[in-house]
Design a protein around this ligand. Structure first.
Ligand SMILES: NC(=O)c1ccc[n+]([C@@H]2O[C@H](COP(=O)([O-])OP(=O)(O)OC[C@H]3O[C@@H](n4cnc5c(N)ncnc54)[C@H](O)[C@@H]3O)[C@@H](O)[C@H]2O)c1
Length: 324
């Protein structure tokens, strides 16, 4: 198979590229390196076995010519390129909306032109301010006001979902949407606000661990290799066409307890420092206090459920940040 991965030099994209290459696919990557890095894929480029199997294009998905060429060549498309992370969205609000809305439109337009199978990476952020658990794909969506710019990430990804589903309904495009919950593993950077690599880096330096808000907000975490397995199973399933799926882990933990666990696992002397949201993100921010997925739908279609425990995930991240 020839696989196009947009955002393939990013955290999840690089793991997906690795798995596709390992199973014998030809992989085409397009990435503008805005949050991704060549360091994520250099080990693949340097592997002689992949010399004529991996093709990397440093370019933007907004470039119609290159997207036309790459979509035409490939059999299926994983669309992962996006402006990612609350910090990115707050720092570059307009650029982020353009990437997430116009970029996804471009990908879908090209897939429709060549009738190529496509998977769109969405996010648990689309659910908004729910407190109940678990979240199911048919739940209502609750956002804050447009003055709180953090919701623009959720809204732009939701618009991507609508556009993808509209292409399916109108043109029969074979599209699947994966709503990813917090995904973690080696190669994820803490530079754009991702909580686990940020905490681990602080703990390893014995610096204070900076917890935003009161630390009672909870999350679940999914190991990146489980996410890759789910994405591949979804794109290979006929039953997933035109459907939305949660992809997430099940072990709920508060952010304060997460910080404590990381201190304990790294043997760190760090203390926990609470920072009010406004100080960390400015007035345009409000948090989602809880995010726990139901993955029944994913399991019923693919037979797969992300099951890596948090201790295992943390040990992998700690080892990779320590360079082991
Ligand atoms: N990591 C998570 O916890 C998580 C959770 C929910 C959803 N997601 C989604 O998964 C996808 C991948 O996220 P990630 O965690 O690997 O983040 P990432 O930032 O590592 O990956 C995104 C990649 O897209 C690239 N990119 C951005 N704009 C581009 C453009 N215009 N043209 C080409 N490339 C561009 C970036 O350089 C980066 O390599 C994203 O769509 C994100 O919204 C991730």
């Amino acid at each position: 198979m020839r696989i196009l991965i947009t955002g393939g030099a990013g955290f999840i994209g690089s793991h997906l590229a690795q798995t596709c290459l390992e199973r014998g696919d030809e992989v085409y990557i397009i990435d503008d390196l805005s949050t991704g890095s060549m360091d994520n894929i250099r080990f693949l480029q340097d592997n002689p076995a992949y010399e004529n199997k991996l093709f990397v294009h440093i370019n933007t998905i907004l470039n119609a010519d290159i997207m036309l060429e790459l979509t035409g060549i490939c059999d299926m498309v994983f669309h992962l390129a996006a402006a990612v992370g609350v910090q990115t969205i707050l720092d570059k609000p307009l650029e982020s909306i353009v990437t997430n809305i116009q970029g996804t439109e471009k990908v879908l337009e090209m897939c429709n032109k060549f009738k190529k199978r496509v998977l769109i990476a969405s996010t648990s952020e689309v659910y908004g301010k729910h407190m109940h658990a678990p979240l199911v794909e048919t739940d209502n969506i609750i956002y804050g006001p447009s003055s709180k710019f953090r919701w623009s990430y959720a809204a732009s990804k939701l618009m991507d979902e609508f556009t993808a589903l509209a292409y399916h309904r109108t043109n029969g495009l074979e599209v699947t949407i994966a709503r990813l919950f917090n995904t973690v593993g080696p190669r994820q950077t803490g530079a754009y606000g991702m909580v686990i690599p940020r905490f681990v880096t602080q703990a390893l330096k014995n610096d204070p661990i900076t917890v935003f808000g009161d630390g009672n907000q909870t999350r679940t975490f999914t190991f990146v290799k489980d996410v890759v397995t789910a994405l591949i199973k979804l794109i290979e399933s006929d039953q997933s066409v035109g459907e939305v799926f949660n992809v997430g882990g099940h072990e709920e933990i508060s952010i304060s307890d997460l910080a404590q666990k990381i201190i304990q696992m790294t043997g760190s002397s760090s203390t926990i420092k609470l920072i009010p949201y406004e100080e960390a993100f400015g007035k345009d921010f409000e948090d989602m206090l809880r995010r726990v997925p139901s993955t029944d739908k994913l399991e019923s279609i693919t037979g797969f459920k992300p099951d890596k425990r948090l201790d295992f995930i943390l040990s992998q991240v700690i080892a990779s940040i320590m360079g082991k």
